[in-house]
Design a protein around this ligand. Structure first.
Ligand code: HPA
Ligand code: ZN
Length: 334
């Protein structure tokens, strides 16, 4: 089954580019930019990646982003992620970036955007990986700051497919961002939001209704509300689940307790994603392997995760058809 999973074409819909910063690259960028990292070595930094909840991770994650300074740094970060994607047979990826993490440190929006986007262009032309970019608002910051960020993004609107919502879910419910999400929809952006990761099922309902999201990021706490669960199945709402992330952040005690395969078998449009792979111990293939080890699946079930991701992605119908055929072909030949 390992070989099947390794070769399976994959589509990633939940990846924070800042969360793909590997300790080795962090040290290289720190040296390049003359920035001090309060750890002896990449290995020592990696040992600090032990978290008890979302907030304990976010504290380290925002600190880690400080080494990103120039357009070239953002390019190198994104290119490294795309090279990893290629190894895992990722054919399409939709990437989150957090502008406020950088603009609040005095880095220009276009520095961040240009570096990431240039790498995505090269990823497409040289690695054959298609992609979209989604700009996230940090929910622990104000609505005003989100609106300011939305305005800064407008010159790049044709190269950003949508807006999302990440950071601390508890204490910062979807309704805080209703106005800025409405403005984003009016500007032509699609919307997604993290909900039901640490927060209650009601956050999933509010994201659907107030923020008009096309998919829900995480969403694993939907099982706490039977009516919501039935609605997600009926409306085929994609959930971008991140199994290794959920274990690292103690959303579930261990992979055997994880509900992703139960959700798949109930007919929920769940997908497998890596979230912040450098911090959570694995990229796409690692996530598939970990889920399958705890919950053995058939080839068809494993392929269904990719089919759900293709359907839930923001690519054209024509591309969806092409990618679907690629997956069916792979399954039938294996
Ligand atoms: N949840 C919320 N915010 C985040 C995450 C996450 O899993 N990763 C990066 N920012
Ligand atoms: Zn996330």
């Amino acid at each position: 089954m390992t070989a099947f999973i390794q070769g399976l074409p994959k589509v990633e819909l939940h990846l924070h580019i800042e969360g793909s910063l590997e300790p080795e690259l962090a040290f290289e960028l720190a040296k390049r930019n003359n920035i001090d990292i309060p750890y002896e070595s990449p290995e020592a930094l990696k040992l600090a990646y032990e978290f008890e909840d979302l907030q304990s991770f976010l504290d380290i994650y925002y600190q880690g982003a400080n080494v990103l300074q120039s357009e070239q740094d953002f390019y190198d970060l994104t290119m490294a992620y795309l090279v990893r994607c290629k190894q895992d047979n990722v054919i399409h990826t939709e990437i989150f970036f957090d502008p406020q993490t950088h603009t609040d440190r005095g880095i220009a929006f276009e520095t961040v955007f240009n570096g990431i986007h240039r790498a995505l262009d090269v990823g497409e032309s040289e690695l054959g990986i298609s992609s979209h970019l989604i700009m996230c608002f940090l929910r622990h910051l104000s609505e005003e700051s989100a609106i300011d960020t939305l305005e800064q993004s407008l010159p790049f609107k044709d190269k950003i497919i949508g807006v999302g919502l990440d950071s601390s879910e508890l204490g910062h419910p979807p309704e805080k961002f209703t106005r800025v999400f409405n403005m984003a929809v009016e500007a032509g952006y699609l919307t997604v939001a993290h909900a039901g990761e640490e927060g209650p099922a009601q956050n999933i309902i509010d994201s659907l209704e107030m923020l008009k999201v096309s998919r829900v990021d995480h969403g694993v706490r939907c099982v706490e509300d039977d009516k919501l669960l039935a609605r997600l199945i009926e409306e085929k709402t994609p959930l971008t689940v991140c199994p290794l992330s959920n274990i690292k952040l103690c959303v579930f005690d261990d992979m055997k307790q994880h509900n992703i395969v139960e959700l798949l078998r109930k007919g929920v449009a769940v997908t497998i994603n890596s979230d912040d792979p450098s911090y959570f111990g694995g990229y796409m293939t690692d996530n598939f392997l970990a889920v399958n080890e705890a919950h053995p699946m058939t080839h068809q079930e494993l392929a269904q995760f990719t089919l759900n991701a293709i359907e839930g992605s923001f690519i054209s119908d024509e591309m969806k058809n092409r990618y679907r055929e690629q997956v069916m072909d792979y399954v039938s030949k294996f």
